[in-house]
Design a protein around this ligand. Structure first.
Ligand SMILES: NC(=O)c1ccc[n+]([C@@H]2O[C@H](COP(=O)([O-])OP(=O)(O)OC[C@H]3O[C@@H](n4cnc5c(N)ncnc54)[C@H](OP(=O)(O)O)[C@@H]3O)[C@@H](O)[C@H]2O)c1
Length: 327
């Protein structure tokens, strides 16, 4: 559970494990054993007390997030013992939930964790951000920051499927290699070792960037925006480089560039598209079946390692989706 609210970078001190006794099952409830637990950057915002699009976690209460779980006991007619389900559940080894809050999943064709990644919230985020806001077309140049993460790895491949040239920005040479060799990125920039991300993009994109899928914000975004072409589109998905700031960021304003180059910038929350998640699942599944879309996960074993996995997101410890496997 959340032991305290972090100021700046979170630490393991902000989390605590507690033992509780669960109640008896009531009608329409099921007893669940957590199997895969998702850690996501947006959870950092929920650790603050500031009002945002998602309610804050409460101190001394369990953290809630995406979980794939096994049904151990059931008093539901629709969700039965032995089913595998996904839902927004507490970080807990076992919990009780109403069956109406759970979705049954089929793990015969894809690994269970994919329902927390490519076939879950991060995959939907990549799909709608790229298809509805970025709208890349054949021959255009697309840049994705946070390119080797849960969302970015899918966003870049979707742009490739649309026929674009795709450049990823990420934090290690190994991730750059992965993007190019396994995920079809045309080029990749290691922002941690680059002397100038701005100049590298200028060299790689001599005609400018048409679509920027922004997962990180900050200096990386300044570097990309300086290279935008006229009528470029920015899908403003995330700003992870700013999540642990204790003061509002100051830096070069990108607005004059957006104005003079007629750029369209749109922020979005994946929930805006919740009535269309089925469409995303259909397309993402089909592209996977056709071999056009691949995914990867970083799985850390052990429930107790949840804080380690979560904190690892802010230092780039993951390739693809970061997950905890409880057993
Ligand atoms: N709009 C929405 O509805 C929505 C939904 C889901 C996620 N998001 C946002 O999308 C972004 C990606 O989420 P995700 O789940 O795919 O996470 P993720 O990319 O799997 O994990 C976070 C990654 O961010 C990079 N990173 C961490 N600190 C950074 C910094 N200071 N500067 C640059 N890169 C940094 C790290 O990779 P490197 O090794 O490359 O540094 C790390 O692996 C996040 O900003 C998240 O908040 C938005």
């Amino acid at each position: 559970m959340l032991a305290s609210r972090p100021l700046g970078f979170p630490s393991s001190e902000n989390f605590r494990i507690e033992k509780t006794v669960l109640n008896e099952l009531k009608d329409n409830e099921v007893l669940l054993k957590s199997w895969y637990i998702s850690v996501d950057p947006y959870m950092r915002g929920r650790m603050n007390s500031i009002k945002s699009y998602a309610a804050s976690f409460e101190v001394d209460q369990p953290i809630i997030g995406g979980v794939v779980a096994k049904v151990i006991e059931s008093k539901s007619k629709t969700v039965l013992k032995g089913d595998i389900v996904v839902g927004m559940l507490p970080w807990a080894t076992y919990c009780i939930e109403k069956s109406e809050n759970l979705r049954k999943i089929d793990i015969r064709k894809v690994p269970p964790g994919y329902y927390l990644g490519i076939l879950g919230m991060p995959g939907f985020t990549a799909y709608f951000g790229m298809m509805e806001i970025g709208k890349p077309i054949k021959g255009e140049t697309v840049v994705v920051s946070g390119a080797a993460g849960a969302v970015g790895i899918v966003a870049g491949q979707i742009a490739k499927i649309q026929g674009s040239r795709v450049i990823g920005i990420t934090g290690s040479d190994e991730k750059c290699r992965l993007l190019k060799e396994q995920f079809g990125y045309d080029e990749a920039i290691n922002y941690k070792t680059s002397k100038s991300v701005r100049k590298e993009i200028a060299i790689l994109c001599p005609e400018g960037v048409d679509v920027y899928f922004d997962n990180v914000g900050g200096e990386i975004t300044d570097a990309v925006v300086a290279n935008l072409d006229f009528h470029a589109r920015i899908a403003l998905c995330g700003q992870i480089s700013q999540y642990n700031n204790t003061k509002p960021p100051v830096g070069p304003s990108i607005l004059p560039i957006l104005l003079t180059r007629s750029v369209m910038l749109q922020g979005y929350i994946v929930r805006n598209y919740s009535d269309r998640f089925g469409e995303a699942i259909t397309h993402l599944s089909k592209w996977m079946e056709d071999g056009k879309l691949k995914y990867t996960e970083t799985i850390i074993e052990g429930f107790d390692n949840l804080p380690v996995a979560f904190l690892g997101l802010f230092s780039g410890k993951n390739q693809g989706k970061m997950l905890i496997k409880t057993e």
